[in-house]
Write a protein that binds this ligand. Structure first.
Ligand code: PXP
Length: 247
């Protein structure tokens, strides 16, 4: 089975917002990504609206033809937005104002009531509910208990371990991801992965049996500076397909 690629276009909005212009337009970027082989588009509506804005979400919903994955925190405000917009998937993520990006997995136990309310709204209106969690057994079990259909495993630790000088930790992190994937699949959950992935380190993740989707943002937009967005997506797609095929 091919592994689905969802491209996160938040940082196109980051560049736009840096100057308060209308360009580069993240919705146009989403269309370029789709045409270049992305299976879906991911956008994170943060509480502080630092990149994606409400209007971007509405425009994405109205115009993309693939799959819309809305990332957001499990708050009442975001629940109301998701219920109105009805993305194909909602991925619940932790959010702290001071962080540069989503720095850890969701504290599912600590936010149990809010997550449960969000997941139950999703089930009611037909949105696939995904929880962005650390690759550990307790989080997977809890995600299943709260009715999520998918977990997205945080690959940040694996990506750190891919940096020079840390090779010995790479295998350990891959094993954690593989064990969490196996458990999630045995419970009937779909498994996505994301955070920090690049066309160079994604191969070992998509080769894990049971991983069916990756969400990738920062590295694609960074590659686009040198390659152009369509070529950056094509190269990422080729890397994913090559490794998933060999697995
Ligand atoms: N998946 C989730 C749930 C995220 O919050 C993020 C970051 O917004 C990503 C994937 C993409 O991470 P990156 O930008 O490092 O590829």
């Amino acid at each position: 089975m091919p592994v689905r690629l969802h491209v996160n276009i938040d940082h196109v909005a980051t560049v736009r917002n840096a100057r308060g212009t209308r360009y580069p337009d993240p919705i146009y970027a989403a269309h370029v990504c789709e045409a270049a082989g992305a299976d879906g588009i991911t956008a994170h509506l943060r509480e502080d609206r630092r990149h994606i804005k409400d209007d971007d979400v509405e425009r994405l919903r109205a115009s993309i033809t693939s799959h819309l994955n809305l990332e957001c925190a499990a708050t009442d405000e975001m629940r109301q937005i998701a219920e109105r917009v009805v993305p194909d998937t909602v991925t619940l993520v932790p959010e702290r104002r001071q962080e540069r990006t989503t720095e850890g997995g969701l504290d599912v136990a600590g936010q149990r009531d809010a997550v449960e309310a969000f997941v139950s709204m999703c089930r009611k209106v037909g949105i696939r509910a995904s929880l962005f969690i650390a690759p550990d057994e307790d989080s997977v079990q809890l995600a299943h208990a709260l009715g999520a259909e998918q977990v997205e495993l945080h690959t940040g630790e694996y990506c750190h371990a891919c940096e020079p000088g840390k090779k010995h930790e790479r295998g350990t992190e891959l094993e954690r991801l593989a064990r969490a994937t196996e458990l999630a699949r045995s419970l009937g959950l779909e498994v996505a992965a994301g955070h920090g992935l690049t066309r160079h380190n994604v191969g070992s993740v998509v080769a894990i049996p049971g991983v069916s989707e990756v969400n990738i943002g920062h590295s694609v937009i960074a590659d686009a500076v040198f390659l152009g967005l369509a070529e950056a997506v094509r190269q990422l797609r080729a890397s994913i397909d090559r490794h998933a095929f060999l697995a």
